[in-house]
Design a protein around this ligand. Structure first.
Ligand SMILES: C[S@@+](CC[C@H](N)C(=O)[O-])C[C@H]1O[C@@H](n2cnc3c(N)ncnc32)[C@H](O)[C@@H]1O
Length: 219
C-alpha cells in the first residue's frame, strides 16, 4: 500500500476536504446518532472525528462534554479551529485511546473505524472507555453489501477492512458488546447532477436502496 492513513487524511484536511466529508456524511450519520439513547450531561466520544461535526452534535444534544479523536494531526487542528462549546479534540489512534476506563456513555464513529490497523483491538478500546450499559454506534458506507465501495482501497492506496453486515455484528460481539443491532441509513438527497451518468446511477442506488450500515451495541 502507499502512504500511511494519517498522512492521506492530513493531506485531505490541508486541501479543505474535511467540510466536504461532513456534507457527504451528515444526512446518513445523523440517523445513526439519533438512534443513540443519549445520556444527558454525560461524556461522548467520536472516533475518527474529521472536522468534529459529530462531536459537536453530541455536545449540543447532551449538554455534556464531547471529545473527538483522530490520527491525522491536520484533521484535529481543523476540528479545533471550528471549535464548538463543550467539544475538545486530540490526536489519538483507535487502538490506544488516551482515556480512562468507563468514562463515556456514548461512543460514535462515522466512516472511520474500517481504517483501523486492528479493528478488533479498536472495538475493545471503544468498549473499555464506555461505562457499563453505554453504547457504541458505528456508521459506515464501506461494507460488503454496498457494491459501490469495493474499489476504495485501491483508489485510496490505504488498507481498509471490508466486512459484511453480519461480520460487523460479530466483531462487536467478540469485543464484548451485547444487544448488537444493525440498521441502514438511507439518504434522500438528489444525486449530484455534475457526476457522469454511471456515477449518478451508483450514487442513487447507494443512497436510495443500499444506505449506510449502522451497528450499535451495549457495553
Ligand atoms: C473518512 S474520514 C471521516 C471523518 C468524520 N468522521 C466525518 O464523518 O466527516 C476518516 C477519519 O478517520 C481517521 N482515522 C483513520 N484511521 C485512524 C486511526 N487508526 N485512529 C484514529 N483516526 C483514524 C482519519 O484521519 C480521518 O479523519
Amino acid at each position: 500500500m502507499g502512504r500511511a492513513t494519517n498522512e492521506v487524511f492530513d493531506d485531505w484536511a490541508r486541501r479543505g476536504r474535511a467540510a466536504g466529508m461532513e456534507r457527504g456524511h451528515f444526512v446518513r450519520g445523523v440517523q445513526a446518532l439519533q438512534a443513540i439513547p443519549l445520556q444527558r450531561g454525560a461524556a461522548s466520544l467520536d472516533l475518527g472525528c474529521g472536522n468534529g461535526w459529530a462531536a459537536r452534535w453530541l455536545a449540543e444534544r447532551t449538554g455534556g462534554p464531547s471529545f473527538g479523536v483522530d490520527a491525522a494531526a491536520e484533521m484535529v487542528a481543523e476540528a479545533a479551529r471550528v471549535g464548538g462549546e463543550g467539544s475538545s479534540f486530540a490526536r489519538a489512534a483507535f487502538e490506544a485511546l488516551p482515556f480512562a476506563d468507563g468514562g463515556f456513555s456514548q461512543v460514535f464513529s462515522m466512516e472511520a473505524l474500517y481504517y483501523a490497523d486492528q479493528l478488533d483491538v479498536a472495538l475493545c478500546e471503544a468498549r473499555r472507555v464506555l461505562r457499563s450499559q453505554g453504547t457504541l454506534t458505528v456508521c459506515t458506507d464501506f461494507f460488503v453489501e454496498n457494491p459501490h465501495c469495493h474499489d476504495w482501497p485501491e483508489k485510496m492506496h490505504i488498507p481498509m477492512t471490508l466486512l459484511t453486515e453480519v461480520a460487523w455484528a460479530e466483531a462487536f460481539e467478540r469485543a464484548g458488546f451485547s444487544e448488537v443491532t444493525t440498521f441502514r441509513c438511507l439518504d434522500g438527497r438528489p444525486v449530484d447532477p455534475e457526476l457522469p451518468e454511471a456515477q449518478r446511477r451508483s450514487q442513487r442506488h447507494f443512497r436510495e436502496q443500499v444506505g449506510a450500515l449502522a451497528i450499535q451495541g451495549r457495553a
